[in-house]
Design a protein around this ligand. Structure first.
Ligand code: ADP
Length: 191
């Protein structure tokens, strides 16, 4: 079983690459951002709660996110492995994920970090916002706030996964295909 964490700032390409890796390695792709957006469009209680945070570019509180993630794993017992995209985003989430996977005799195989400069990312997100209509992608202030959240709460996970020998940096600048190739080279080396 192979379980991957896709790591990187908003706009770094986690979703795009996750979709590709999912079919190439037959993994189940869980994007917490997509799950929240699904709850929001269905107006569930969780969606209503999450929306206020997402609209400001803040992270959704840990426990809500952890519970939603666990449900998604539990609901897919047949999966050959998982791609965690946008999760974990805090040390508390990373510890909860390790504990949860341990209980199931599972573990994270590798954390793959897509690296790109903030200015490139802002351009990508503004473009994405125009196409998708995502409101959190349409306002540079909200985008910069998401980077702040990343720097404060998510960046420390580099050390967390490096200490486990699982952290791999990947250059996230280039064509989608080039980046896919960098990722597959790394993953094939793990298999
Ligand atoms: P991006 O990585 O481009 O910001 P996502 O679609 O992954 O976009 O996430 C959108 C928003 O959903 C985040 O800004 C955050 O508010 C919320 N979110 C997603 N994943 C998490 C998480 N693991 N913990 C807390 N909030 C999250």
């Amino acid at each position: 079983m192979i379980n991957l964490v896709l790591f990187g700032k908003p706009g770094s390409g986690k979703g795009t690459q996750g979709e590709f890796l999912k079919s190439k390695y037959q993994l189940f792709h869980i994007s917490t951002g997509d799950l929240f957006r699904h709850h929001i469009s269905n107006q569930t209680a969780l969606g209503k709660l999450a929306q206020s945070y997402i609209d400001k570019g803040d992270l959704v509180p840990d426990q809500l996110t952890i519970d939603m993630l666990k449900d998604s794993v539990e609901n897919n017992p047949e999966a050959k492995g998982f791609i965690f995209d946008g999760f974990p985003r805090t040390t508390k989430q990373a510890k909860a994920l390790d504990d949860f996977l341990n209980e199931k005799s599972m573990h994270i195989s590798a954390t793959l970090a897509l690296e790109a400069d903030d200015d490139v990312l802002v351009d990508r997100l503004i473009n994405r916002g125009k196409i998708s209509g995502r409101t959190d992608d349409q306002d540079e202030k909200k985008i910069r706030n998401r980077f702040e959240e990343y720097n404060n709460k998510t960046a420390p996970l580099r050390d967390f996964y490096s200490a486990q020998g699982k952290f791999h940096s990947v250059n996230g600048i280039g064509s989608i295909e080039e980046i896919t190739q960098r990722l597959t080279l790394l993953i094939d080396g793990l298999l």
